[in-house]
Ligand binder design. Structure first.
Ligand code: CP
Ligand code: NVA
Length: 304
């Protein structure tokens, strides 16, 4: 049994398989060809934080594969009344076939997985958001071909998305330029030992964007950090991805954002809604990439 708790839980070769399956599953679905290998299977989704895309894409995806899903929130389950996560894992994993969790510390999802009889998927933690980067890289591949050897510019907070992009850079062989304001840089332990061909740190976001094949950013204040919102607005003021910053990147550079976005903060409306932006395709691909992921975790390597 395998889990997907962080991006590096899978090998580069497994990502190649997932990208191939995402493409095939997406094409079949677009052509109204039913594919229901997970009939009678159940997905449980545990949400300790808000979600639009993650919830809709997993629920729609499981339905399209023939299965069903159930959403568990803190307020409506015994989790909110202090039932140990280990006990919840033991019980829920005897009733369902796969679990997705969105929570705070990575340790919570690791404890759940350690006591689960079924595969567990990270639907976002404070540290990582691997389902999003899976869909993002698939979206890059769909538009531009392999990402190996390319340069991705991460502009902004060194958050769960940034950490996950960094794992992807070392695993899939591309370069990540990270530009963050002082006080919000990548944790030194994450950068330690990573070759310059995979990671370069910048204080100047324009320098980080220079020559990039993909420019990507995220909210300045992630879920759980709301008390810092005002301080972060000041600190990140020079880190808005706007047309001028995009002009430092390659002419054919793509723009991505995991969404939800704040126009006028981390990205200008002109860039988010502009020709280089693939944010809506990126969101749509969560649906198809996660179907490929659930297929792989439950059925193993399905070849066409
Ligand atoms: N990008 C993403 O995970 O969106 P939600 O928070 O809406 O799920
Ligand atoms: N970094 C953001 C991503 C939201 C999908 C957060 O954790 O809130």
């Amino acid at each position: 049994m395998r889990h997907f708790l962080q991006l590096r839980d899978f090998s580069a070769e497994e990502f190649e398989h997932l990208f191939r399956r995402t493409r095939a599953i997406k094409e079949q679905f677009k052509n109204y060809i039913a594919y229901r290998p997970l009939t009678d299977r159940m997905l449980a989704m545990v949400f300790e934080k808000s979600s639009t895309r993650t919830r809709v894409s997993f629920e729609a995806g499981m339905f399209q594969l023939g299965g069903a899903s159930i959403v568990l929130t803190m307020g409506e389950t015994q989790l909110g009344r202090g039932e140990p996560i280990e006990d919840v894992a033991r019980v829920v994993s005897r009733m369902v076939d796969i679990v997705m969790i969105r929570t705070f510390e990575q340790g919570i999802i690791e404890r759940f997985a350690a006591h689960s009889r079924v595969p567990v998927i990270n639907g976002l933690t404070d540290e990582y958001h691997p389902c999003q980067v899976l869909a993002d890289i698939y979206t890059f591949v769909e538009h531009r071909g392999p990402i190996t050897g390319k340069t991705v510019a991460w502009i902004g907070d060194s958050n769960n998305m940034c950490n996950t992009w960094l794992q992807a850079a070392t695993l899939l062989g591309f370069k990540l330029n990270v530009a963050s304001p002082a006080g919000y840089e990548l944790e030194p332990a994450r950068a330690a030992g990573i070759e310059r061909s995979h990671l370069e740190l910048f204080g100047d976001p324009h320098a980080a964007a220079r020559g990039a094949d993909l420019v990507t950013t995220d909210v300045w204040t992630s879920m759980g950090w709301e008390v810092e919102t005002d301080a972060r607005k000041d600190a990140f003021a020079a880190f808005t991805v706007d047309a001028e910053m995009m002009s430092a990147a390659r002419k054919d550079a793509l723009f991505m954002h995991c969404l939800p976005a704040h126009r006028g903060e981390e990205v200008s409306a002109e860039v988010l809604d502009g020709a280089q932006s693939v944010v809506w395709e990126e969101a749509e691909n969560r649906l198809h990439a996660q179907k490929a992921l659930m297929e792989y975790l439950l059925l193993g390597r399905v070849e066409p």
